[in-house]
Design a protein around this ligand. Structure first.
Ligand code: PMP
Length: 331
């Protein structure tokens, strides 16, 4: 691929030292700044690998259609990748996701199908609907229809074994003690855990889970159950995906939206970095892990996407008030 292709700009993101989190723990806590990707999120990596794999396996070619169920970020990554490979894109998205993500998807030329947010067990769940839509489309489409299936397509995990994990290892010069992040599909946590433990099996891996997700109890008590809820988007789940199955997890932490948002707002003040809610969950997990492991450790987490993507929510006083969440003093 030519060097000036937008696709060559996916990955190789900076690793940023998080001052406040490091000071609180006596550790060196770093965030992988995934908002530097062209689609401004961690999900560009999975989108690129999944589409490239489908093209290599001749499941789709120029003029064909990619279909996917997504909370938005994978869709935005796919929109960029599909444009580059001259593929059409059909996205099924829960109505509850931020208007900013939906507008970006439309601006990038994706066709959007907005559906009610219902659990995975419901046949009308957005992921299941995306599979059904792709199967129906296949009957009439000659140039190929491909369901990306980010939750259970293991190429997602592979993207993070081959890129994110290698970059973290190189950027810390192999002096990393632990890694933590939250889970949507599980691709990031699985891929980074496998990639890092291949380098050094003693690197500790922790899940950072929001409220309302069942994965924390799955790791702690081996049962899927959840309490509370979260306004964070793209993370937390009630089922074990094929990607999550591959994750090598030693520890788990659960974090409330209040804790996460306070960290997001603090980072704006201290380091002028504007992040979405899932990054707050991740940084909270890294702090909890740092406190548990003790001072002097090097811990890495993921800064998943840009806070502007949720301006109508986490930078909207009325929204925050209605959810009883902290309001940054400058709003
Ligand atoms: N944060 C955000 C904002 C996301 O959109 C996603 C993906 N849905 C994640 C975190 C989690 O990434 P993964 O799918 O690799 O578990």
């Amino acid at each position: 691929m030519e060097n000036n292709s937008i696709l060559s700009q996916i990955g190789n993101t900076p690793l940023v030292r998080l001052k406040q989190a490091s000071d609180l723990t006596g550790c060196n806590i770093y965030g992988k700044a995934e908002y530097f990707n062209p689609g401004e999120s961690i999900k560009d990596r999975a989108a690129l690998f999944i589409v490239k794999d489908a093209i290599n396996r001749k499941l789709i070619a120029k003029g064909g259609t990619v279909v996917e169920g997504t909370a938005g970020n994978t869709g935005i990554g796919l929109a960029i990748v599909c444009k580059e490979y001259e593929l059409n894109l059909k996205i099924v998205i829960p109505k509850t996701q931020s208007i900013e993500k939906k507008k970006t998807l439309k601006d990038l030329g994706a066709e959007l199908i907005e559906v009610d947010a219902v659990p995975y067990s419901d046949p009308k769940n957005y992921i299941k609907l995306s599979q059904k839509i792709s199967e129906n489309l296949k009957k009439n489409e000659k140039k190929g229809v491909f369901w990306a299936n980010q939750f259970d397509n293991l190429v997602n995990t592979e993207a993070h074994i081959k890129t994110t994990a290698q970059e973290i290892w190189a950027q810390t010069a192999g002096k990393i003690d632990a890694f933590t992040c939250s889970v949507g599909t599980g691709g990031t946590l699985s891929g980074v855990s496998v990639g890092l433990k291949e380098k050094n099996k003693n690197i500790k891996i922790a899940l950072s889970d929001p409220m309302g997700s069942s994965l924390y109890s799955y790791i702690k008590e081996n049962k899927l159950s959840s309490t509370g809820n979260s306004i964070t988007e793209g993370i937390g789940t009630g089922r074990i995906t094929k990607n999550f199955e591959k994750a090598l997890i030693d520890e788990a932490f659960q974090t409330t939206d209040t804790e996460a948002l306070n960290l997001v707002y603090d980072l704006i003040e201290k380091q002028k970095i504007i992040l979405g809610g899932s990054s707050g969950i991740n940084i909270a997990g890294a702090i909890k892990l740092g406190k548990k492991m003790g001072p002097g450790k090097t811990i890495v987490t993921i800064l998943c996407d840009n806070g502007k993507r949720y301006a109508s929510k986490i930078f909207n006083k009325e929204f925050l008030k209605s959810k009883n969440l902290p309001i940054p003093k400058w709003l």
